[in-house]
Design a protein around this ligand. Structure first.
Ligand code: NAP
Length: 284
């Protein structure tokens, strides 16, 4: 197993997965595998690993800049792509099944959905009609908007560049979901039950920044989820806790996207608490 792509952002993945393999007695190892950004490099390198029988290469986490390359590679190899990953236009997980067939999917959106469902003590189907504010319209926002729209939620995409919010909303505004775009300044008028920050506002070193300087939309029953994990406790989350909200840090999404991968690769549930502890130690 390995993380293919940008090793700095995902240097947290090897300790998590290797601890999981050890705890569940898997004869497996997960290694960082940097590949230059072009598709031809991706194809040649992953193709070699798959062809090398002695490696018993079973899958990988795939990150920037190869999330689109993975979709193309699996499709060209005759494998299967998760339909929602295809719609999002990005996959982060490669699985080689026991029969050799390849499968690509996206565990980012599923991790976000599971984190919010846990906080709301609800199930994915019960997200239908729930009001969700997504701040940002980049790659992370796209996966998260797709996931909530797929569940039939009502999503407002708030973004600095309004046209990007509108374009993203337009693509996923398919009934029963309702998805609309809005300017970032309108966030203070939001009446959403779940607020998700998908921008780097508040990320190290700009830890004194927040995407929500005016906290008026925050009521004690609001779920506030910051996808940033550096720092774990952002200014947005601190303000939300002061307002009595339930909060979700970006580490939870990170752990859960890895846990979903672990289950796909091994067929066993990931030791979630161990993953959380290893990540916390790593970040400390
Ligand atoms: P991206 O594709 O570059 O998108 C960034 C978004 O943030 C854009 O919508 C951009 O608005 C907005 N933005 C950036 N700087 C801003 C500012 N100063 N003021 C207002 N808006 C600003 O990035 P991404 O890949 O989606 O990542 C976004 C965040 O998600 C990062 O902080 C990353 O750490 C986090 N993330 C977390 C996980 C996890 O597992 N926890 C996974 C993936 C990403 P414009 O459209 O106007 O440029």
């Amino acid at each position: 197993f390995g993380v293919i792509g940008y090793p700095v952002a995902h240097s947290m993945s090897p300790p998590i997965h290797n601890a999981g393999f050890a705890a569940t007695s898997q004869n497996a190892i997960y290694l960082p595998m940097p590949i230059p950004p072009e598709y031809e490099h991706f194809k040649a390198t992953v193709g070699c690993w798959l062809d090398d029988k002695s490696l018993d290469f079973s899958g990988a986490s795939v990150t920037i800049p190869h999330k689109q390359n993975l979709l193309r590679f699996v499709a060209e190899s005759g494998g299967t792509v998760e339909p929602l990953a295809q719609t999002i236009g990005a996959a982060n997980t490669l699985v080689r099944r026991a029969n050799g067939e390849l499968f690509a999917c996206n565990t980012d959106y599923s991790a976000a959905l599971d984190s919010v469902c846990d906080a709301l003590n609800t199930t994915r189907p019960q997200l239908a009609g729930r009001r969700v504010a997504v701040i940002g319209a980049g790659g992370a926002a796209r996966a998260i908007v797709a996931g909530f729209a797929h569940c039939g939620a009502t999503v407002v995409v708030y973004n600095r560049t309004r046209t990007k919010a509108d374009n993203l909303a337009h693509q996923f505004n398919v009934p029963p979901a309702k998805v609309i775009g809005a300017p970032l300044e309108k966030l203070c008028d939001s009446c959403c039950e779940v607020v998700i920050n998908c921008t780097p506002i508040g990320m190290h070193p700009h830890v004194d920044q927040t995407p929500m300087p005016n906290q008026s939309p925050l009521r004690p029953d609001t779920i506030v989820f910051d996808t940033i994990y550096n720092p774990v406790q952002t200014r947005l989350l601190t303000a939300a806790q002061q307002a009595g909200c339930v909060t979700i840090p970006g580490t939870e999404m990170f752990v859960r996207q890895g846990a979903a991968q672990f289950q796909l690769w091994t067929g066993q549930p990931a030791p979630l608490d161990l993953f959380r502890r290893v990540l916390q130690q790593y970040l400390e």
